[in-house]
Design a protein around this ligand. Structure first.
Ligand SMILES: Cc1ncc(COP(=O)(O)O)c(C=O)c1O
Length: 352
């Protein structure tokens, strides 16, 4: 029983973000299970201790997970842990750390971002070299890390070989590698390989592992894959305001996600819904799917006035105001009926 009242209509669905979805019922059950009694605060609890074993099963025996509140926090803590005060990070121009974190890496972490334009949101060794230079020059922020996003902000994927090539290239130049894995589960599900094949085994040093977009109430984790590459994570997490006092409830959610196959079921489903959406809209006259659909995002261009009318029926964002490109995201709870209804609405609005 509760005095709280429901303020929203659960029948209203949208495609704006995988964060618009609610919490997976199995995750809510795990939170309830972890409730009651007293447990040591700030990560000294039994759930966080057990979580280490769960993450090690996925990422190898040297992995260590540090739960945090959100993805921006995971990125800012990870990058600070990799870099000295004079360090800089090479990243794609479209990287979330560059365009969607309000400048937090610079403001909170004091980290310079050296950005590179890319055709598809993906860095390559050649693209990294556009910014990876000037070591030893005291006038230039020192490029000492590379950050890539898997799956990318443009819904594309790196293959394990591409990540391995980036890691080798970076390491040869004395740079460390961070992966923004806000949608790492979508990537693993789409590639059909275990997480470690394109992270630990490919040479990634530290990872921001996403939970929220895959059905957690809240929670992400900094996952250290190479302990020799990072320093002072616990202090950095605290001073970056990412240390949860009741951490057991974040850790219990991750256990629900990762101990069995919930992560895979949910991410595979979201990816399949994106494919269904692509198939449903690609033959509608005037709608062009403009990027490969490799995870749970569909990017399309259609007439602006049609998008604006559609937005009155379903929430979604313009990705690029200039070109009129829109982004449609699918989540673990997107249904086939949601997709079919949305595709029908697109066809209807196009025909008006
Ligand atoms: C690529 C990427 N990284 C990180 C995040 C995490 O952001 P937040 O700080 O909102 O949890 C997001 C969320 O949209 C994202 O898309």
């Amino acid at each position: 029983m509760t005095d709280a009242v429901r303020h929203h209509d659960p029948a209203v669905r949208g495609f704006a973000s995988d964060n618009y979805a609610g919490v997976h019922p199995e995750v809510l059950a795990a939170i309830a299970l972890a409730n009651g009694g007293h447990q040591i605060a700030y990560g000294g609890d039994d759930y966080t201790a057990h979580l280490q074993e769960v993450f090690r099963r996925h990422f190898g025996p040297r992995a260590e997970a540090f739960p945090v509140f959100n993805g921006t926090g995971a990125n800012v803590v990870s990058l600070q842990a990799l870099l000295p005060r004079w360090g800089a990070v090479v990243c794609a121009e479209t990287a979330h750390i560059n365009v969607d974190e309000g400048g937090a890496p610079e403001k909170m972490g004091g980290i310079k971002l050296l950005t590179v334009p890319t055709p598809d949101g993906k860095l390559t060794p050649e693209l990294i070299d556009r910014q990876a230079w000037g070591w030893g020059d005291e006038h230039r922020a020192q490029p000492l890390a590379v950050s890539i996003t898997q799956s990318t902000e443009l819904g594309t994927l790196y293959t394990p070989e591409e990540i391995r090539a980036i890691c080798e290239h970076a390491h040869e130049r004395g740079m460390l590698v961070h992966v923004d894995g806000s949608r790492l589960a979508n990537a693993a599900a789409s590639l059909g390989v275990p997480f470690r094949e394109f992270t630990t085994d490919a040479g990634v040093d530290v990872l921001s592992f996403g939970g929220t977009k895959n059905g957690l109430l809240l929670g992400e984790a900094v996952v250290v894959l190479n302990p020799d590459a990072v320093r002072n994570i616990t202090f950095l997490r605290k001073t970056s305001m990412q240390l949860a006092s009741k951490m057991r409830f974040v850790s219990a959610q991750f256990e629900a996600l990762l101990a069995g196959d919930l992560w895979l079921r949910s991410a595979s489903h979201a990816n399949a819904m994106a494919k269904r959406l692509e198939a449903a809209v690609k033959d509608i006259d005037g709608v062009t799917v403009v990027r490969p659909v490799q995870a749970n995002a569909v990017f399309a261009i259609l007439p602006r006035e049609v998008s604006e009318r559609l937005q009155k029926r379903y929430r979604f964002y313009f990705w690029n105001e200039h070109t009129g490109e829109v982004r449609w995201m699918c989540a673990f709870d997107t249904t086939e009926a949601d997709i079919d209804g949305f595709a029908a609405a697109i066809a209807e609005e196009m025909a008006r």
